[in-house]
Every structure is written in C-alpha cells, then in structure tokens.
Design a binder for this molecule. Sequence first.
Ligand SMILES: Cc1cc2nc3c(=O)[nH]c(=O)nc-3n(C[C@H](O)[C@H](O)[C@H](O)COP(=O)(O)OP(=O)(O)OC[C@H]3O[C@@H](n4cnc5c(N)ncnc54)[C@H](O)[C@@H]3O)c2cc1C
Length: 648
Amino acid sequence: NISKSRGRLLRAPPRTCNTRETRPVGDVPASFPRVLEPRAREPPAARSTPERRAATRQRSLSRLFEMFPAASMTSRVALGGAAVRTGANAKAKAKARARPVRAAISEPPAAPASEQVPAARGAGRKKVVVLGSGWGAISFVKSLPASAPYDVVLVSPRNYFLYTPLLPGAATGAVEERSIVEPIRRPIAEKGWKYYEAACIDVDATAKKITCRAADPECFDDKGKDCEWHTFDVDYDYLVTAVGAVPNTFGVPGVEDNCMFFKEIVHASRFRREVNERFERATLPDVPEERMRELLTFVVIGAGPTGVELAAELYDMVYQDVAKMYPSRLIPFVSIKIIDLQEKILSAYDRRIAEYATDFFQRANIECLLNKQVGEVKPDAVVITDKITGEKSEVPFGLAVWCSGIKLNPLCEKIMDSLPEGTQENRRSLACDKNLRVNGSNGSIFAVGDCATIVRPRSMSKAMELYKSAAKCDDAGECEIDLDKDQIKAALTKGVEEFPHLEEVVNNIDDKFAVFAQANGRCTFDGFSKMLTEVDNGLRALPATAQVAKQEGEYLAAFFAQCDGDAARLIGDETKFEYNHKGSLAYIGKDAAVADIPGFTIVKGIAAGVIWKSFETISQVSVRNIFLVASDMIRTKLFGRDISRFVD
Ligand SMILES: Cc1cc2nc3c(=O)[nH]c(=O)nc-3n(C[C@H](O)[C@H](O)[C@H](O)COP(=O)(O)OP(=O)(O)OC[C@H]3O[C@@H](n4cnc5c(N)ncnc54)[C@H](O)[C@@H]3O)c2cc1C
C-alpha cells in the first residue's frame, strides 16, 4: 500500500486545477484554459451521482449569493478546497434558496445598495476602474474619499484582500486563514462603489475599455457540460492596475508539477493539510524508516523573507505542537531544509541580519543549503548544483515549496502591447512616470505595486558630464584629478535644476561612496560611473513589497482626490510619488525575529520578535482583523496550534 501511494504522497499535485474553488487566483489567466480539461475528460457516470449533484447545487447557490452583494458582505475564501461563506445574511440566504436557480439566473434581482448609483453620480464624474484586490488596490480604495468626483469599479477574481505577511503563520495554524483576509466588498459598499468578481483578460488602451471574464453560474449547474465563461466589457476614464505579479519558476523543469507555490490563501491551506498528511502517514504501523525520513523532509526553495518565514513557522509548528501530539519516534526523522543561490539566507537584508539569521537557522537545525542552484525538481527530489564546486546532488523531499521569485502578470503584457511602440521597453513591469502614470497611456492608465516600476529620467549622462567637467577629464575618461565625496556632490548639485532626479542621486551617494572610492578617499571616473549605475538602479527599482504597494496606492488616491477629476491636472506635474522606507522585518522562529529600522538600529532575537508580532497585529487593515490576529496569537501561545486535518 505504501509503495502504491508513494507517488501521490511525494508528488505535490500539479498546479492545474479542476475546480473553480481551488484555482490559484493570483495566476488566473494562465489557469483558465486548464479548467476545461479535467471536466471534459470526466466519464458521464461520475457527473451524475447524487452527492455530486448536491455539491454542484450547493455551488450554484453560492454563485447566486454573488447577486446579493449587500446581503452577503463577506469574503469567500477557498479553505481546504471548499468554498466557505460566513456571515451571510440568513434571510437573504433562505430567500435565495427558495428561489429556483434557473429563474434567479434569468431574472436578476434588483440592484443591491452597493450597486445603485446615487443621484449625484454619473454625469460629469470620471469612471475609475481598479484591477486587483491586493495591497495596492485596497490602499487606493480605502484612501480615496467617497466624496471625490469619481465612480469607482473594482474588478478582481479574488473577492477579498489578503494580508500576505502572515501567510506563513496561517499555513501552520499560528493564525487562522479567516483572520488575515478582509472582504473587498466592505470598503467598496461603504463608499457606494461597485465590485465585479472577475479577471480582466484584456485592455484596449485606445478605446479605454477592458474585457473581463468570470465563471458563468450555469457551469456549476449539474448539466454535465463544460464550464462556460461569462465575458463582459467595462469602459473607463482612468484605469488603476494593481494586479501584482505571479510566481516565477525561472524555467526550472519540474517546478510547476512537483512543487507547491506560496502566494495565496489556498496555498496556505494546502500546505497545512499536506504537512499534516505526511505526519499521519509516517505514524501508520509498519512504515519503514527510510520512508518516514522521506515523508518528513520539508524543502523550501528560496531563502528570501517568504521562504525564511515559512521554514521558521514550520519549525515552530513541529517542535512546539507536533512533537507533543505525535509519537516521539517520528521527531528524529523530521528535517527542514532551505535552498538558495546566495551564500546567506535573507541576503537582501543588511549583512549583519543575514549573518545572524543564517547562524540562527543552523543552530536550530534548519539545514541551509546555500550557494546552490536548483536545476530541476523531480517528483521526489530537488537537483542542485554547488555554485562554487560545480558538484551536482539530489535532495529528496516529502514536500517542496517554491518561494523563489515573481514575474510579470500576463495581463501586463497585454497592456504593454496595447500601448504605442517604444513606450514599454522594460518587459519586467509596467514602466511608469513619477506620478505612477503608465508610460504611453496619455495619463489614462496608472499602475501600483508589484506590477509597476517608476522609470527615472535619463539624467545619468548629465551626471557623467558634470564629473568630467569638475575633474577635467578628456573624452576617453582620462582625468587630471580624482574627485572626493564632497567634490562629487558639489558637481552633481550644479545639474539639479535641469535634472531634479540628480538630487536623489546626491542624497544616496553617502551609502555607496566607500565601496567605490580608492584608499585615498577619492573616486576615479570609472569608479564614479559604476557607483552612479548602482545608485540609479537602486532608485529605479523599488522592492516588490507590501510596503511599497501600500504607499503607492495611498499616494495615488491622494493624487486623484487632489486633482478633483480635472483631466488636465491628472496629467500634470503637481506632485510625485516618494517612497519612504520604514524598515524591514522578518520572523525567524522560536519567537525571534530580525528588524532593520532605518536611522535607528538593527534589532535581533526575542525583542525583535515582540516588535514583529505587535507590528503584524496592528497593521491589519481592519479593527476586526486586529482583534482576530491578536486573539489567534494568544490562543496559539496558550493552547498551541490546531493541527487537525479536514479531508473530503
Ligand atoms: C507569503 C508572502 C509574504 C509576504 N510578506 C511580506 C512582508 O512581510 N512585507 C512586505 O512588505 N511584503 C511582503 N510580501 C510581498 C507583498 O505581499 C507584495 O509585494 C504585495 O502583495 C504586492 O501588492 P500588489 O497590490 O501589487 O499585488 P497583490 O497583493 O499580489 O494583489 C494582486 C491582486 O490582483 C488580482 N489580479 C491578478 N490578476 C488579475 C486580473 N487579470 N484581473 C484583475 N485582478 C487580478 C489578484 O487576485 C490580487 O487581488 C509577501 C508576499 C508573500 C507571497
């Protein structure tokens, strides 16, 4: 039996999905075509069992509630593969149940409160369509006053906001999934705006129109036919794109089929379920030791903050709770490994933090496989190559999670293609100006968060010119003198009036100068060019973090409110987005964390753990969630995590 089930246990199910509830919502366009395949292959008999009919009827009713947004002001989150709805108005539910499904579909109910356009709305007001319900979108929607002269329509396949920093905690039961999601309909309904649960699949920038796609309720009716899609267009005056990014496999073979991704709430539910499943399997009688070792080896690929926090939370779960409830003979077989190409974990953080965290993990017996390049992920092993020695080896696993980077959301490629040629040369994210207007869109498309990059004006050649003039260099870059830090700053300051961006370069030189200067405290022209490139790159690419997305969403809302619907002001230059880095935090396990607070200090260990827990609690987007997260954390401390596993 064990050898029969081995393939299934070791092999994480492929990322394709055969039900609407379990599809990875962040990656919608890629998953749409795959939805059709498994249903088409199903034998007719399997489609007509009474259980199945009951289940599909239940799903039809769930879809029906989408027609009563005001009555069901709640988020629908796929937990453990099943769509769960709480808090819905009982009366509305009963009414909906009484109404035949077919009739409800053909005769839509009167528009609910959130969909009725107030008398003052419509004429003369600008229509703003927001794509997404993540960090960028929710901060835009929450910050834009209802009194601003815009009619807002939000389109997202996910009807809730997800507080991603606590996703690793949700994956191990330290906090509950429902505590870190917020129904997107709440802020939308409060302001009398509209929401459509659908994915945008195309943008026509010339006609100012988007095409959206949602599953038709009919496809959940037990008709035994393939799922049909409901497609519709929405026009806009201004489009705010906040669709985030999607996981990047970097073309490594086997990742899609044999690894889990970790970005959405469904991934957290699945991780929790699969970890528990492996412990239950390993506990069964007569399981050979070798098999136990395989089952209980957990590999995290990518040692950035997401991978590190997931490994840390898993460590806590195993040693604080699982160890107390499962037979002690299992624990020596448990192994948590983290793989990364860099020589330290958290390598993008301050060097002292990276060193501390790496040492902390090693002491906690979390195996850090560093300087290792992943070449392939097989169904039961990761193939790695040592960057230094070139040696190849295999790391067997029971469960592997891919936390190794993100790439452009496919929708952004469509937006780029609909814009004039030459305006979007960087194909990694939507190139925007300092007001977050997408280049080439004439100020009608904006982008925030992981899908946007602010492109700075080309002032680098001016900076070179200024250095050459101050250091008396010839055309080949041979200079009479090398400049020290103050001389460089003075030279660049002369160009600030013509190129205001140079002021930011001047402000950032202090951090970099020591790296590029010679022993005599002066910088050659060559060193200066390299330093300039690095400073400029740092200024261009803001990190793909919630902090950036949130600030961009807030800025854009303030900009829209300030421009008061005036088209000329919305394409003007009144303000610009300025990122204010408030620090970096990461949880590393055993109640410890690392915190880099700019201009203050670096905090490590339990003190940082207290800061991390407090920060992640009070940063929730609603009072309800602050309360839920705080009570989850207290509950976990007092009674441990809930490690039950719900199976169909
Ligand atoms: C596990 C994890 C932990 C993290 N921890 C931190 C942290 O501690 N601190 C931090 O600063 N950052 C953290 N991040 C990064 C942070 O979550 C992202 O940078 C942030 O979510 C980006 O916000 P966004 O609005 O650009 O995109 P997202 O929040 O990803 O939202 C994108 C939205 O667009 C929707 N969408 C996608 N495609 C379409 C479409 N075609 N049409 C309409 N809507 C669409 C999605 O459903 C989603 O609602 C973490 C990320 C992860 C995955």
